[in-house]
Design a protein around this ligand. Structure first.
Ligand code: FAD
Ligand code: NAI
Length: 507
């Protein structure tokens, strides 16, 4: 009983500490300290993008050391790991967005933000050309921003491999607008299938949801879609429920190629139970407004063309290089052989360019294009830039003190001691090790409250799958959410969809 009493007291105290911590976090966000103005005499550091790489850099950067300017067409940070859940309304889209203005307001020295897209970078003149691509336009819509240092963190766009019809007819899943479009389209298909006197063939087509790409994006989306159907659509629109089908098409022999073999098998068998059709070794060649044409390789090696009629088509076949990055690559001869993005060295410096660094999906550093890599790269650059600023400050102090040695001969010993101390600090901070990525593991939701995880544990790899892994997936993503506000909103959304079901309204 004594142990129980102590455990209860400990739990009670931890709960109070937790609530106090959250409360303090909220209070701090709502009452930020006054900011110092940007100092134009300092070096201008321009950061492109407000994604994982750029925001991780901003979070840790001592902005008082630079004149910082952020440029992005998106004035918010998006927590992409929970984006598939927005396509079915399990999570509302605003719950995983964090306004960049809130992020910048928490910095010690203020940072300028321009909502604009960078169209080109001139590495010789050290300027970025930007334009306003939003709906509301002022007199000025295009201009140049000069930089002393530039970080490119513009991410990647959707790969289509030039396959005809993909851009015109399919939905992607990269941005918040994509998730909203998919959510609307699912309900449009359902309501159109339920339209009076709709033919059985047309109902079959409309209720067929096709996903191309068996990477983590395609798999997570297929799982979310099947949940939506099983838990909500089936109950509320029963007349068409036996026609609903999800098909996942993958060119390689299996889905989730980056996960371990047993997790691939677990995912494929779970999909079979969930009645998600998987077509592996099937390469999509053409898309029309109502069909997907693919070539499948049979076990005996022969080929077969399959036509899939669809109501909703989601295209998730990975990343392609953005035009602004392609343009920069064409201007730097050292980037001639790079295909998948900006080749960077171990300090994330763009090879062949002066004072340009790249992070995240647009950089080729030898790692997978994931949020985990992008955020570690952003953190690394923040450390590097903070160190560079401190190095410069110490070097100028040493130069100043060395100059005064001749003017104040009486204080020589004291000044020499000071110089030595500064030199010691300088040696310590100057020694920045190259970027090293530390892989924490991979997680993916596969539907039916199951997840798969390849987690790094004491230098080894642990593969886990199932319901407990799903709880781990949820707690990991809650802890990784950008802010306390995001965390509370996501928990609220999960509770809401569990208690009341997902919202089937189309808007
Ligand atoms: P992004 O986060 O894409 O940010 C790019 C930024 O640049 C955006 O703000 C964009 O608006 C801006 N931008 C674009 N063009 C320009 C321009 N011309 N000028 C200026 N700014 C520009 N990874 C994981 O590790 N775990 C996961 O669970 C996971 N889940 C994912 C789920 C989905 C649905 C998707 C699509 C991806 C997922 N990823 C996940 C991958 C991860 O989101 C990316 O690797 C990560 O976003 C890359 O970060 P980034 O900063 O390079 O680019
Ligand atoms: P991906 O590149 O991982 O997978 C795309 C898949 O599409 C490939 O398996 C490819 O074989 C297939 N494909 C390409 N062309 C095809 C065609 N014509 N027909 C049929 N299949 C075709 O892309 P994805 O899933 O968008 O992920 C992008 C990045 O984001 C990856 O690095 C991934 O690890 C990361 N990510 C991580 C998540 C997680 O950890 N939970 C979730 C989502 C993305």
């Amino acid at each position: 009983f004594r142990t129980l009493r102590w455990a209860w007291r400990l739990g009670y105290l931890s709960a109070i500490a937790g609530v106090a911590y959250i409360g303090y976090g909220i209070y701090e966000d709502r009452h930020p300290e006054p900011q110092t103005e940007p100092d134009p005499t300092k070096k201008t550091l321009v950061i492109l993008g407000t994604g994982w790489g750029s925001v991780s850099l901003l979070k840790r950067l001592d902005t008082e050391n630079y004149n910082v300017i952020v440029i992005s067409p998106r004035n918010y940070f998006l927590f992409t790991p929970l984006l598939p859940s927005c396509t079915t309304g399990t999570i509302e889209h605003r719950s995983i967005m964090e306004p960049i203005r809130t992020i910048l307001r928490s910095k010690k020295a203020s940072v300028r933000f321009y909502e604009a897209e960078a169209s080109s970078i001139d590495p010789d003149r050290k300027v970025v050309r930007i334009f306003d691509n939003s709906e509301v336009k002022g007199d000025m819509t295009e201009t140049e921003v000069p930089y002393d240092m530039l970080v490119v963190g513009v991410g990647a766009e959707n790969a289509t491999f030039g396959i005809p019809g993909v851009r015109e007819h399919s939905c992607f899943l990269k941005e918040i607008g994509d998730a909203q479009r998919i959510r609307k389209r699912i309900m449009d298909c359902v309501e159109t299938a339920a339209f009076k006197d709709q033919s059985p063939e047309e109902i079959n087509r409309l209720m067929h949801m096709v996903v191309v790409g068996g990477g983590p994006t395609g798999v997570e989306f297929a799982g979310e879609l099947q949940d939506f159907f099983e838990e909500d659509i089936k109950k509320l629109v029963p007349e068409i429920s036996d026609r609903f089908r999800v098909t996942l098409i993958e060119a390689l022999p299996n889905v989730l190629p980056s996960f371990s073999k047993q997790l691939i098998e677990y995912t494929e068998s779970t999909f079979k139970e969930e009645k998600i059709n998987i077509h592996t070794k099937t390469m999509v060649k053409k898309v029309t407004d109502k069909t997907v044409e693919a070539v499948a390789t049979r076990p005996d090696g022969t080929k077969e063309t399959i036509v899939f009629p669809y109501g909703l088509l989601v295209w998730a076949t990975g990343n392609a290089v953005r035009p602004v990055v392609q343009d920069l690559m064409s201007r730097v001869p050292a980037q001639k052989n790079s295909r998948r993005g900006l080749a960077v060295n171990e300090y994330l410096v763009v090879q062949g360019a002066r004072d340009i660094w790249a992070v995240g999906d647009c950089a080729v550093a030898g790692y997978a294009p994931t949020a985990q890599v992008a955020s570690q790269e952003g953190n690394f650059l923040a450390r590097l830039f903070n160190n560079m600023a401190r190095t410069e400050a110490l070097e100028s102090k040493i130069a100043e003190l060395s100059g005064s040695l001749n003017i104040q001969p009486g204080n020589t010993a004291e000044i020499s001691r000071e110089i030595e101390e500064y030199e010691r600090q300088l040696r310590r901070i100057k020694d920045v090790k190259p970027f090293h990525y530390s892989h924490q593991g991979s997680l993916a939701y596969i539907g039916s409250e199951k997840a798969v995880a390849d987690v790094t544990w004491f230098n080894g790899n642990v593969a886990a799958a199932g319901g407990l892994t799903y709880l781990f997936w949820r707690s990991a993503y809650i802890s990784m959410c950008f802010s306390t506000r995001n965390r509370l909103l996501v928990i609220n959304d999960w509770l809401k969809s569990k208690l009341f079901g997902r919202d089937l309204s189309r808007e």
